[in-house]
Design a protein around this ligand. Structure first.
Ligand code: SF4
Length: 215
């Protein structure tokens, strides 16, 4: 099957099976989403959603967060991974928003990656979820699922190469949604250990499944 045809099949499947696909992080505005995404590195969305309500209530704006200290923020986020670094990043990020971006979350990759705690993946999540741009954030689920299905070749060994390959074939307007499709599929069906192939609607086209059934 040609690559473009495979992409069509997979997108058509998800359109049908998962018409609504959104981030599972809870947030009310771009600033809150940015906090939640920074916190979610190496941590589950479920854990982040447990601790953010108190944090958002007490530090609802960049101004409020910029005026506190990492030590104070640490107490709110101590149950997530790498709380020391993340607390420093959140306060540093809020200070930079005030100083350089008029208190607003910026919309470009170049600006976003200047913020403490924000790498390419986080910047792409913000660009796609907040600004609906064709930016594909490649996390562990997107990387694993796209390789297993065969959307990207094995030679794409980095998140960046995977991002470039995926965005070559996925129409711009559905890149944000495809990001969530691949994450949710990876979280609930195509899980890292023991993917649930028997109940997966993609097995007909999946490279990994083909390799299993050939044995
Ligand atoms: S068939 Fe199995 S490996 Fe392929 S996408 Fe589905 S769950 Fe993942």
């Amino acid at each position: 099957m040609r690559k473009q045809e495979l992409y069509h099949k997979i997108i058509a499947y998800f359109e049908e099976a998962m018409p609504i696909a959104e981030t599972e992080l809870h947030y009310k505005d771009p600033f809150q989403l940015l906090i939640a995404v920074i916190l979610s590195a190496q941590c589950t969305d479920k854990r982040i959603n447990m601790i953010t309500p108190a944090l958002f209530q007490d530090y609802p704006t960049p101004e409020a967060m910029a005026n506190t200290t990492p030590e104070v923020i640490y107490e709110y986020i101590r149950s997530v991974s790498y709380p020391n670094n993340k607390a420093k990043h959140l306060v540093g990020m809020a200070k930079m928003l005030i100083k350089d971006f008029n208190g607003e979350v910026p919309s470009t990759l170049e600006e976003l990656v200047k913020l403490p705690g924000v790498g390419r993946k986080t910047a792409n999540v913000i660009q796609s979820v907040v600004f609906n741009k064709a930016a594909m954030a490649v996390d562990t689920h997107v990387f694993r699922v796209s390789h297993r299905i065969g959307l990207v070749p094995e030679s794409c060994t980095t998140p960046f190469a995977t991002e470039k390959e995926l965005t070559k074939y996925i129409p711009d307007e559905i890149v944000p949604k495809t990001h969530h499709w691949l994450i949710l599929h990876g979280r609930y069906t195509c899980i890292a250990r023991n993917p649930k192939c028997d109940e997966c609607g993609l097995k007909e086209w999946c490279k990994h499944y083909r390799s299993l059934t050939r044995k």
